[in-house]
Ligand binder design. Structure first.
Ligand code: HEM
Length: 279
């Protein structure tokens, strides 16, 4: 390329990057200094969701196994497939069972989508439980993340309740009797037992149409909404708490052991090198 052409390209490029339009979108220079790196992270709508600095070790996939991310992904799959199922499902005890059969046999992609919804629901319970165990194992529930642990416990309950309420909707034998047993167990709770049972089932004895409507409403609106709000707070807190906790720094004993080992190695090297040979 000739020098004139290169000069022209450079001139045009600096005109573009100095224009008001460019500067209104990209507010900071190339992120080559720690300050510019932080400013770029904070000024970008997508990047600002991440903390400015993260521990390199905590970024390893084998540290978190992405279990929180997988739980969120499954929640999104459940929302999308759930909306599809809502197009066809009617929460009426006379038609609910046959609705599900029709979704599987007569609706295009119905069988696939219903199975995706079921498997994602089972998997989400598994990933959320494993995520909770991972967080506990790494001691990431300790300050400053203790509040996020509490939000996590609420998310765990929401996940279990979503599974519980969804189980009744196909109105088949297994769902019907599982919810009968589950709601009967609620009545054994002290003081509020009967109230809890009646709140769940909408009637004093057994499971019926009022129960189906309650479970449906909680399953498609109430619990997903609470879950989505809790997840937003959960992610915001992760960012505010400085990202992943990461492995703890080495203890004093580990540091002392490492220092002693280093001193030993140095002494052994000095003994092996004959005096005066380093001159
Ligand atoms: C719907 C359920 C949940 C979702 C979508 C979710 C999502 C996430 C994500 C994406 C992370 C970032 C790191 C990672 O992937 O491991 C995270 C971290 C964390 N989660 Fe969850 N989570 C859920 C449930 C829970 C539960 C049940 C607990 C504990 C009771 C919990 C406590 C925490 C804590 C304390 C952190 C910070 C961990 C650290 O700094 O190493 N979360 N969560």
């Amino acid at each position: 390329m000739s020098t004139t052409n290169r000069g022209l390209i450079d001139q045009t490029w600096s005109k573009v990057t100095e224009s008001q339009v460019w500067r209104s979108i990209f507010r900071h220079g190339y992120p080559d200094t720690p300050l510019n790196q932080s400013l770029v992270m904070m000024g970008n709508v997508f990047l600002h969701l991440h903390p400015v600095k993260v521990s390199r070790k905590a970024m390893k996939i084998t540290y978190t196994w992405c279990l929180g991310g997988l739980s969120f992904f499954l929640f999104l799959v459940l929302t999308i497939t759930g909306v599809f199922l809502m197009f066809y499902f009617v929460p009426d005890q006379n038609v609910a069972y046959s609705n599900i059969q029709q979704i599987q046999s007569a609706v295009a992609f119905g069988n696939l989508v219903r199975n995706m919804h079921r498997w994602a629901a089972h998997l989400m319970v598994v990933t959320v439980t494993l995520h909770m165990i991972r967080v506990f194992y790494h001691g990431a529930y300790k300050p400053p993340r203790e509040f996020n642990w509490v939000i996590g416990v609420a998310l765990f309950l929401v996940t279990l309740l979503l599974s519980f309420t969804g189980y009744l909707l196909p109105w088949d034998q297994i769902g019907y009797w599982a919810i009968t047993v589950g709601s009967n167990m609620a009545s054994y709770a002290p003081i509020f037992g009967t109230a809890a049972h009646n709140f769940l089932t909408g009637q004093p004895v057994g499971v019926g149409q009022p129960t189906l409507i309650r479970f449906y409403t909680l399953h498609v609106i109430g619990l997903p909404l609470v879950g989505a709000i809790l997840m937003a707070v959960h992610f915001w807190r992760i960012r505010k708490d400085g990202g992943e906790a990461g492995p703890p720094p080495p203890s004093r004993r580990e540091l002392e052991q490492a220092r002693a080992q280093q001193a030993q190695t140095q002494a052994a090297t000095r003994e092996r090198v004959p005096a005066g040979s380093l001159n």
